[in-house]
Write a protein that binds this ligand. Structure first.
Ligand code: NA7
Length: 501
């Protein structure tokens, strides 16, 4: 029996939208994009806390084939990213394929019918020949189980569930967490509240942000002469690439560049914070790049203000009117802001239950073996399945580098399958093992293994201490592989797959 859809895509963020555009290009136009939220845009729909902006320059953080000449700043505010997502969805006819408020419970490969059966919360099931999960890396918000948090009598806000009409004016607030989100939010919150305490467990490397408005004449130039924006993109992407490839992935060969980045961040801190003890507390004791560094010209300065305090003692419990730290001190608050990030490794790989051939459960398999995916996109025993947010898939600093490489991988894979007149594909175990071996070897040169990451508490590392998120390749190499991987790395079939070698 034919499945209802050519393909089922899970997630209507930039990854899922890229997949939809590629499916159309391949002629697989009968697809549906399932989204648990009430609108498209993924991260840029869910997050709308004050100060939200992209932290990769906007000329690079966008689809290369759909440049937006009208970014208002070098680093566009979050609402412009959300608007851009809406523009892309309309232009490429994606919105009519999207089903919002649709929570996927799980997906199971039907060996007999050679298609995927996707179960939705509420009991409905859908069938699709191909399954593509684009559920993001940072999509499962994390609230630490602080003792007493349920007893808190004031307002609790997680940064992923911001209430736009909640007024911070005059509040006695705490922000827990000092990741990239807090670095954006804290200066905004400090402007409004009466008192602010920032609870830091691990300091973050922060370098100066070279950010300016993009004047209207430049926007018009980008609109009239797309080559000008392409040149700006190339220049920015090359810079990011140098930082990533040389400073992070080739740490062993280029320690000096890595140390230079740390020195820049330290000089920035020295220039911005007057109090020596506060400076010491804000200084990381792990190498630059072990966890996601960020940019800001406003974050450090906040700690000079008399109504802002940095708290570095660990949180022991939360009471109805405050937070008690391990030294016994209680900070009285009426507003608790959780900038505590996301859970990647326990609940996000994969974000929904995926059962492949022979009843193999992807999450269990990853946890019992190692987190792995061939070219960061396919997994043995999971026919006709593309996992777009896989271990070792993230390449380059801009997520669009990864998205577009994966679109190219899809193009080559489906192109070959069609050429053979087949309908199913599965990566071989041998190809998967080879890829895992290669990335493991190459990561030996990276700051993750060569540097000192002991105190970083970085989400790049999984529960086994493996840095299994980033692909240790340059953007150029990743894209070359996407259009040139050996076709023999896959087996193809019509009905009734053969077990791959
Ligand atoms: P992150 O980078 O995961 O940051 C979460 C922060 O919350 C981080 O400072 C954590 O400290 C802190 N945290 C988490 N649990 C606790 C507990 N139990 N006690 C104290 N502090 C805690 O998430 P973000 O939202 O800031 O950024 C996510 C990405 O968005 C970012 O990397 C960019 O790519 C954009 P820790 O460091 O674990 O000690």
């Amino acid at each position: 029996m034919a499945p209802q859809f050519d393909a089922i895509v899970v997630g209507a963020g930039f990854g899922g939208m890229g997949a939809g555009i590629e499916l159309d290009r391949l002629g697989l136009s009968n697809y549906v994009i399932l989204e648990r939220e009430d609108d498209l845009g993924g991260t840029w729909h869910v997050n709308h806390y004050p100060g939200l902006a992209v932290d990769i320059a906007s000329v690079t953080y966008s689809y290369s084939f759909e440049p937006n000449p009208y970014w208002s700043r070098l680093f566009a505010p979050g609402r412009e990213l959300k608007r851009y997502a809406g523009h892309v969805a309309d232009k490429y006819g994606l919105r009519r394929r999207m089903r919002f408020g649709t929570v996927v419970d799980g997906a199971r490969w039907d060996e007999h019918a050679q298609h995927w059966t996707v179960s939705l919360a509420g009991g409905e099931t859908l069938t699709g020949r191909y399954l593509l999960t684009a559920t993001g890396f940072l999509s499962q918000p994390y609230t630490p189980p602080f003792p007493g948090i349920d007893s808190f009598a004031g307002k609790i806000l997680h940064t992923t569930a911001w209430e736009d009409d909640f007024d911070l004016t005059g509040r006695k607030a705490a922000v827990i967490g000092t990741g990239a989100t807090a670095v954006q939010l804290v200066p905004e919150a400090a402007e409004r509240v009466a008192e602010l305490t920032v609870f830091q467990r691990t300091p973050i490397w922060v370098v100066p942000k070279v950010d300016t408005p993009i004047p209207a004449p430049v926007q018009q130039l980008f609109a009239k002469v797309p080559a000008a924006q392409r040149a700006a993109r190339l220049a920015n992407t090359s810079l990011l690439e140098a930082i990533m490839v040389v400073g992070v992935l080739h740490y062993k060969q280029a320690k000096l560049l890595n140390k230079g980045a740390a020195a820049l961040a330290k000089a920035h801190l020295f220039a911005q914070v007057r109090d020596k003890r506060t400076r010491e507390q804000l200084t990381p004791h792990y190498d630059f790049g072990c966890k996601r560094p960020t940019f800001s010209n406003r974050y450090f300065k906040v700690f000079n203000q008399p109504h802002v305090r940095l708290e570095t003692n660990s949180i022991e419990r939360i009471e109805p009117d405050g937070i008690v730290t391990a030294d016994g001190h209680k900070t009285e608050i009426d507003t608790l802001i959780l900038a505590t990030g996301f859970n990647l490794w326990d609940v996000n790989f994969p974000a929904v239950e995926i059962i492949g051939r022979d009843g193999v459960d992807l999450g269990k398999w990853w946890r019992d073996n190692r987190f792995q995916a061939y070219e960061g996109i396919t997994v043995p025993k999971f026919p006709n399945f593309l996992s777009l947010n896989s271990p070792y898939s993230y390449s380059g600093l801009s997520y669009f580098t990864t998205i577009e490489a994966q679109m190219k991988h899809m193009g080559r894979l489906f192109g070959e399958m069609f050429r053979r007149g087949e309908q199913t594909f599965e990566v071989t175990a041998a190809a998967n093992d080879r890829f895992l071996g290669e990335v493991t070897d190459k990561l030996g040169d990276s700051v993750f293994y060569g540097g000192d990451c002991a105190s970083a508490r970085s989400y790049y590392f999984n529960q086994h201490g493996e840095a299994a998120l980033l692909r240790p390749s340059s953007t150029v190499t990743t894209h070359r592989h996407a259009v040139g991987f050996p076709l023999t790395d896959y087996t193809f079939g019509a009905a009734g797959m053969k077990t791959p070698a």
